[in-house]
Design a protein around this ligand. Sequence first.
Ligand code: GLA
Length: 382
Amino acid sequence: MITAQTIRDEFEKAFAAAPTLITRAPGRVNLIGEHTDYNAGFVLPIAIDRAMWIAARPRDARRVQMIALDFDGARSEFALDAPILRDDANAWSNYVRGVAWALQARGVVVPGIDLVVQGDVPLGSGLSSSAALEVCTATMFVELARAQISRVEIARLCQQAENDFVGVQCGIMDQFASALAQQDHALWIDCRDLSYRNVPLPRGATFVVCDTRKRRGLVDSEYNTRRAECEHAARAFGVAALRDVSLAEFQRREKELPPVVARRARHVITENARVLAAVAAAETNDLATFGALMNESHASLRDDYQVSCAELDALVEIARAQAGCWGARLTGAGFGGCAVNLVRNESVARFVENVAREYSRRVGIAPAVYPCQAMSGSQRVE
Ligand code: GLA
């Protein structure tokens, strides 16, 4: 387990001095509201009890020197007074570089530092390790620079780093959850105006994450295709984003759209409605309704949005067959990665055991199955 003590020790080993600052930012699991963020819609993620950590110390030279403990102590370094470039041999460092770049573009004077970074968010499994690293980095730089920047703006700057520096066209959900979530709550976000609300988690049940351990191959190109299809649909309806189309309006005019585009639009429009219904269900502790909405979300992602895969479908099917499982769905972009399940507290231990055994037997891969807790967003630890 990573703690302030363990990361401080690692920093001292690497740089023979004590760090002056430790920051931490969590990964996320989205409960419902998938592929809606870039359609100006609604999402409902939690920040999880797995995070990226940075220990840092300012230095005189205007350079950033980074050590990644998760990559065998790989090093990467860049100057702050020259154009910041990517280091694709150390792709992990591009998230730190991108955030420094976005902050400087916003007029923040980023100080030179030494840092070590380490995390326990599994990489490439759809739990947003990259957003966590961005938000952890931004929190550190903003603290050291004593800049007045709100958390919402931190999330936006991190998204900008990912879009324009790293080159991945993500929405705002992951960075927003990592920066703003509250313990024991899900975070309802309106991705149009970035207003948000903390929603208490349903009581008596736990969200259990199941990782298919299938690496997400197609995700980047397919993600961009889906985005383009959504934009196509929005243009056809004459609106800024699919958020603005009601189900009635969609049903009246869906025949005018190419069939694939119509399916994509139907997913987004119905998913937005499911998020609102899920918030109401959480607030009245209606586990059955919340779970049913998760199941509907998965079906829509599988059939209309077509971002599931055989492994995710198997996992969800196995999960739903277990006692005490209220609902199961893929979470994140899809094409592999994780599913999230709502499981009655008393049934969690059994669920974990049975799902792991059954999935291994059927798919031939051992999954990772673990309950997760909703934690607070990024913070300065020391
Ligand atoms: C990825 C992106 C998010 C969001 C999800 C799908 O996680 O980073 O912005 O679009 O996919 O809901």
